[in-house]
Design a protein around this ligand. Structure first.
Ligand code: FDA
Length: 313
């Protein structure tokens, strides 16, 4: 396990750098490198396939949050197209009798053009979510966007208190304060460890510190948060949550576990069988490359598999 951790730490930064490398992306796409592995983490390229995946999870009593892959759009038209696509997704989920729950990245709806652009673009998505009884989670991106994402969530939460929440990353040193900001206003938090490469001045870089921070923030959310989402595949942290909630009489309908599509599927099922709520993050679309690279960077076995495929070509 220690060797695996060391390999992950060593490979993580270079692999995350690849997420921004157009040439490597072209190579991966052209050669269809690791197509099977992409399929494991990404539900498909179109909405119908993604909805079929959501339905299949629902058949196993697992709820979903749908993510249309894409980030850092470069034009107002692309941002508007993403907004329209998200409204369609909410409609299709509702029409299919599935819970309309989506995850949105603010850079997909124009954040790079300015905070007001992204905030205004979120409004039609949230209005539709309200109409269909849905929920919109604002994903958390790299640290350049943390403050603006928290601030936009606050502004939107004033207007849409039941429709919007965000994500807090335990690897960031600032996160205890952000959790308190969300607790004060009763906004829902999804707690994650964090998936980007961040500098030591602002982030814990030691794995144990990240895990310890996760544990602290998790317990705080379980005590005082609004329906927290504990998004992790870490068996120790999940056991700690189960232990803490059982001890305090916090019933399983007051929070949920979340995991990524294709990761630890058996654990997803066994938690449901044990009576816990489980939601799976289901990404789909053609813009899978940065998301896929982040998943690869998280686990040495995945990374080594991809490297072997690249070298053998
Ligand atoms: P950790 O990385 O320690 O993994 C624990 C164990 O889980 C590993 O030992 C391995 O067995 C298994 N595992 C983890 N990742 C795997 C993978 N890719 N393939 C196979 N096995 C794997 N991040 C972010 O910065 N912003 C966000 O908005 C989100 N949103 C989000 C939603 C949901 C529902 C989840 C589950 C996660 C995110 N994340 C995220 C990603 C998160 O920050 C983190 O990178 C991953 O969840 C991996 O961290 P773990 O907590 O699972 O622990």
């Amino acid at each position: 396990m220690q060797v695996a951790d060391q390999v992950t730490r060593t490979l993580r930064r270079p692999l995350l750098a690849l997420a921004e490398n157009d040439r490597v992306e072209g190579l991966m796409r052209r050669n269809g490198v690791s197509k099977g592995l992409v399929r494991r983490f990404v539900a498909g390229e179109d909405l119908d396939t993604a909805i079929a995946a959501v339905r299949s999870l629902a058949d196993q009593s697992i709820t979903s949050t749908l993510d249309l892959l894409g980030e850092n759009v470069e034009t107002p038209d692309a941002a508007r197209a993403a907004v329209a696509a998200y409204v369609v997704i909410l409609d299709h989920l509702a029409a299919a009798g599935l819970e309309p729950n989506i995850s949105v990245k603010l850079t997909m709806v124009g954040l790079d053009a300015g905070p007001d652009v992204a905030r205004v673009n979120m409004v039609p998505i949230l209005e539709r979510a309200r109409e269909v009884g849905g929920f919109v989670r604002i994903d958390m991106e790299g640290s350049a966007y943390t403050e603006v994402t928290v601030a936009i969530t606050e502004a939107l939460h004033d207007r849409f208190p039941d429709q919007v929440g965000t994500v807090i990353q335990s690897y960031l040193r600032r996160s205890a304060d952000d959790i308190e900001r969300m607790i004060r206003r009763g906004a829902r938090v999804r707690l994650v460890k964090g998936a980007y490469a961040e500098p030591a001045e602002i982030a814990f870089t030691d794995r144990r510190e990240v895990d310890e921070s996760y544990r602290r923030l998790m317990l705080r959310l379980l005590d005082a948060g609004a329906y927290p989402a504990l998004a992790t595949h870490d068996a120790d942290l999940i056991a700690a949550a189960r232990h803490y909630t059982a001890e305090r009489g916090i019933t399983p309908d007051r929070y949920e576990f979340q995991m990524l599509y294709g990761v630890r599927r058996e654990m997803q099922r066994s938690l449901v069988e044990a009576g816990y709520r489980m939601r799976v993050y289901v990404p789909y679309g053609t813009e899978w490359y940065p998301y896929f690279t982040r998943r690869i960077a998280e686990r040495p076995a995945n990374a080594l598999f991809v490297l072997r495929q690249l070298v053998s070509r």
